[in-house]
Design a protein around this ligand. Structure first.
Ligand code: SF4
Length: 110
């Protein structure tokens, strides 16, 4: 039997901001990689997910959630798990300004 995996905003306990999430109904596989995913596949998937997040009206709330929890896996608030490893995490981020992520241009050398 096929199973449907839902995007981040719909598979965790409900928070008010999730009701406006751009990823509602999106495929979870866009936000979370699969075992054996190549670096190139991962980069392309994360770029597509981040693009969806870029137009999401609750992006800041989602990123704040991901940093406060912290969410170690997947794309949240337009950030990849690798990007979030460089950001502060924890309850201190529950309020106040969020750290900003500089996303390299796709043509920049990795
Ligand atoms: S920022 Fe991205 S992952 Fe978070 S709710 Fe919006 S679309 Fe979903």
């Amino acid at each position: 039997m096929a199973t449907t995996r839902l995007a981040p905003a719909t598979h965790i306990p409900r928070y008010g901001w999730q009701d406006s999430a751009a990823c509602q109904g999106a495929d979870l596989d866009l936000f979370f990689g699969h075992e054996g995913e190549s670096r190139r596949e991962r980069a392309e998937r994360e770029q597509r997910a981040a693009a969806l997040c870029g137009g999401c009206p609750v992006r800041d709330a989602c990123l704040r959630h991901a940093l406060v929890v912290p969410e170690r896996y997947g794309v949240w608030g337009g950030t990849t798990e690798e990007e979030r490893r460089e950001l502060p995490t924890g309850a201190a981020l529950a309020t106040g300004a969020l750290p900003r992520v500089r996303r390299p241009h796709p043509h920049e050398a990795a």
